[in-house]
Design a protein. Structure first.
Length: 394
């Protein structure tokens, strides 16, 4: 199993919890190995290889029982992909590896991994998971509306990174998140690839602050005083960290795809607030937080339902934030607004865009509390959508 996810999403904790579960189930301790290839104590000299770690056999090893290897940040191990291919073929044991830099795993697994291991992506907590995180073991999340209302506000203020989910001091949690992402995900993970870390960091901050915006390569190249080809590579590498997520434009004519721009979103709403230059209550910041939260949940629901996501734009004046399509089913156009009341102008523009796109259904997700059907548009509170997004796509 190859486990991929952004920094701070809980991969290491998951491995340690897995180790606890195996030991509780009676797994011989000497047959269980956990190793972190990014450990700060591994400094200087030649890097430790996965082959070396697996080759060690602790005193008391039980040959009648399988071995389990939980290998964290495998991308720091030289030639890990070739080793893993050989290890699986030789049946050396049961193996779980993780890494935060998806590019390393993707490059390694493209050829070696086919048919040999499964790849599992994990993201930060969804809102429902965030609510369960705060609930007692016997508490039903949906049965506590007042508490859900409070947790909904906290989720939009903190995002879904597990380490900070229980934080009471929101500004401090966001400061720590900002520091961890900048220093580890960008400086460490991308720095080891020999890239221009400072300009990549500047590019990341821009994308997160403008979360949901169309990405103009030439404009950003001018801002960064860089070659557009470098900027394209940098944004691709940032996408590989899984901290930002791309959304392509819905294209009816192939030629139009040559001019279409990609939209990039912060992968978690907490990132928008962590790097925002304005107040969290600013209208633009709130709009970006709403869209990032909806996109995070749509990605997961889309995978569950084997669907595809895109955005729709007609010329320069009409658009729909998200379009969900699943094989054999009518498409769904989903517009998002942070407004707490239903604005007539927003509804009118959505209906005009809907006449051009002609989806099977139109949904308007907003910041209010009342669910309604207005002129054929399903008006849906964000809080209700986040609790079970797949239910509204079926």
């Amino acid at each position: 199993m190859v486990l991929m996810g952004p920094r701070q999403v809980g991969k290491t904790v998951l491995l340690l919890q897995l180790a606890d579960d195996l030991l509780d189930a009676g797994w011989p301790p000497q047959n269980l190995t956990y190793f972190d290839f990014s450990d700060e104590r591994l400094t200087g000299g030649e890097a430790v290889t996965a082959r070396e770690i697996v080759g060690l056999q602790p005193v008391g090893f039980d040959p009648s029982h399988p071995q389990a290897f939980l290998l964290d940040e495998i991308g720091s191990s030289p030639n890990w992909d070739r080793w893993l291919k050989q290890a699986v073929d030789a049946r050396v044991g049961r193996i779980v590896v993780t890494d935060s830099a998806a590019s390393l795993l993707r490059e390694g697994t493209r050829e070696s991994g086919q048919g040999r291991w499964d790849v599992l992506y994990i993201e930060g907590l969804s809102f429902r998971e965030f609510a369960r995180f705060h609930a007692s073991p016997d508490e039903r999340v949906a049965a506590t509306p007042p508490r859900i209302e409070i947790l909904y506000g906290r989720y939009l203020s903190l995002g879904g990174f597990p380490e900070y989910a229980l934080s009471l001091a929101v500004p401090e949690a966001l400061r720590r998140l900002r520091s961890d992402i900048a220093e580890r995900a960008i400086e460490r993970d991308l720095g080891r690839l020999g890239l221009d870390v400072q300009r990549i960091k500047d590019l990341f901050v821009y994308i997160v602050r403008e979360s949901g915006g169309e990405f103009n390569v030439e404009a950003r190249a001018s801002d960064l005083q860089a070659d557009p080809r470098s900027v394209r590579d940098w944004v691709s590498r940032l996408g590989d960290t899984l901290l930002i997520s791309a959304l392509e434009r819905s294209i009816s004519r192939p030629a139009a795809g040559l001019r279409a721009k990609t939209r990039w979103f912060a992968a978690d709403p907490g990132l928008v607030l962590a790097f925002a230059r304005l107040s969290p209550n600013d209208r633009e910041v709130q709009a970006a937080v709403f869209e990032a939260a909806v996109f995070r949940h749509l990605r997961e629901a889309s995978q569950e339902l084997n669907g595809q996501l895109s955005y729709f734009r007609h010329k320069e004046d009409l658009e729909i934030d998200f379009v969900f399509e699943a094989s054999g089913d009518p498409s769904i156009g989903i517009e998002v607004t942070s407004s707490q009341r239903l604005r007539p102008d927003k509804l009118t523009r959505l209906l005009k865009a809907g006449k051009i796109l002609e989806p099977g259904r139109l949904v308007l997700v907003y910041g209010g509390l009342t669910e309604d059907l207005v002129e054929g548009v399903h008006v849906l509170p964000l809080q209700k959508f986040l609790l079970d997004p797949a239910a509204f796509l079926r």
